[in-house]
Design a protein around this ligand. Structure first.
Ligand SMILES: *Cc1c(COP(=O)(O)O)cnc(C)c1O
Length: 435
């Protein structure tokens, strides 16, 4: 770690400057970790390098998008090629159509879709379309599910919102909040009760089929199936927010993994191969409500921009061609990490839970299995912070919050995994001595 003449690292100097101009020194809350975040010089494959000369094996992976790791050559080549032809046209391109067709082929419940720029936009518009289509006002969401940072869904939203002690944001009109019903996840009784009373006022139920924004929380067996049945029975649209799980759990996302067909789906993160793009889509009869075909308005200057489309299209092409190699390989690496973490937890007698699925995993410093938001919140945050710092010192970067998820990519090598597993064991061994 290089220190400057001032005795400070360059990251610290930059963070002090950043704090004067950017709230909290960052452009998205979870990036602001204690004592200060490292600033990035460059990243490639599984490694991210700081301006202080440190290199880390990265399991944050920009919070999910980078399924091929940093600076994937194929993605960079596709973007370079597009750059020579222009960056933004404000008029349609052939690639947009091909890209949309490939999304629909990968996720067949998405019969029609629209491209937008961020996951936040995708869920906001999906909910508006659901309201337009059903003529109903209310929506249901679940504690700990994050669907972006707009008013409809920023209630008990997990992720940065829990980390910074504001599970429900200021600035959201009560009237808006009243139309958002928040239920505990993995609790089918709670859903049945609400639907019994208000079922015919509810336009949509939006859910992360696997929660990746409160650490990692998996659906209990049969939970999503029951959710599908209850919503169908009451004409409530089921929106799967697959912004993390899409192209992550399987090519066809959680809906393929669990074999459930939602009415609408939101996609983002991996969809853009590291560039900003997202999408919302679903059944044709629903999506026909979107302007100019229908009367639900939605628009965007940068929507479907050729750079992000080029990056996203090549990403999906690679996944589409190689899914039968890529997903089993990621799953195997995920299994390996999970097993190693569980062994360390048991060897060092730590009260901790390891949740994992496919290429996602997280450890909770909690005494009981973590199956919902309330149980996740019982985790020992101080212990997590200590674990995080110890890993960082060993050259491993995991997301800096207990309420985020670790991601594997195809760029993580066997050697990376070995080093990581040793670092995990080391961090957990020291924690047991302190704690
Ligand atoms: C990241 C995320 C979003 C928000 O996407 P942005 O592109 O950050 O606006 C929405 N839903 C889920 C499940 C996410 O993980």
């Amino acid at each position: 770690m290089v220190r400057l003449a001032s005795g400070k690292t360059r990251s610290l100097e930059l963070f002090e400057r950043a704090k004067k101009i950017l709230p909290g020194g960052v452009n998205s809350p979870v990036r602001a970790f204690e004592p200060y975040p490292f600033f990035v010089e460059k990243a490639s494959g599984s490694k991210i390098c700081s301006v202080d000369g440190a290199s880390y094996i990265d399991y944050c992976m920009a919070y999910g998008p980078l399924i091929f790791g940093h600076s994937s050559e194929e993605v960079l080549d596709a973007v370079k090629e597009q750059l020579t032809k222009g960056t933004l046209y404000g008029t349609p391109t052939e690639k947009e159509v091909e890209f949309a067709e490939l999304i629909s082929k990968s996720i067949p419940s998405v019969e029609m879709l629209r491209l937008v720029n961020s996951g936040t936009e995708a869920t906001m518009h999906a909910i508006r379309v659901a309201r337009g289509f059903t003529g109903r006002k209310k929506i249901v969401k679940f504690e700990g599910c994050f669907h972006g940072s707009h008013d409809y869904v920023l209630v008990k939203a997990g992720s940065g919102a829990i980390t910074f002690g504001a599970p429900t944001s200021l600035g959201i009109p009560e009237e808006t909040g009243r139309n958002t019903i928040v239920l505990p996840y993995n609790d089918i009784r709670a859903l049945e009760e609400i639907v019994e009373h208000e079922g015919y006022d509810i336009a949509a139920l939006i859910v992360e089929p696997v929660i990746g924004n409160t650490g990692l929380i998996l659906p209990e067996e049969g939970y999503l199936n029951k959710m599908r049945k209850i919503t169908s029975d009451h004409g409530i649209l089921l929106i799967f927010d697959e912004i993390i799980t899409g192209f992550r759990l399987a090519l066809g996302g959680a809906q393929e993994y669990y074999d459930i067909k939602p009415d609408m789906t939101t996609l983002g993160k991996i969809l853009g191969g590291g560039f900003p793009i997202a999408a919302f889509g679903g059944r044709r009869e629903i999506m026909q409500y979107v302007s100019p075909l229908g009367k639900v308005y939605q628009a965007g200057t940068f929507s479907g921009n050729p750079i992000s489309v080029a990056a996203g299209y090549v990403t999906l092409q690679i996944l589409d061609k190689n899914w039968n190699k890529i997903y089993p390989k990621l799953e195997k690496a995920g299994e390996e990490v999970k097993k190693a973490l569980m062994d360390s937890v048991s060897d060092h007698h730590i009260e901790a839970q390891v949740n994992s699925i496919a290429s996602m995993f997280q450890i909770f410093f909690a005494p009981h299995p973590v199956t919902d938001y309330t149980k996740a919140k019982l985790s020992d945050i101080r212990m997590f912070h200590s674990y995080f710092q110890k890993l960082l010192r060993c050259g491993i970067f995991v997301p800096p919050s207990q309420f985020e998820t670790c991601f594997l990519s195809t760029a993580h090598t066997e050697e990376d995994l070995e080093n990581t597993i040793n670092a995990f064991d080391n961090a957990l061994c020291n924690i047991s001595k302190v704690g």
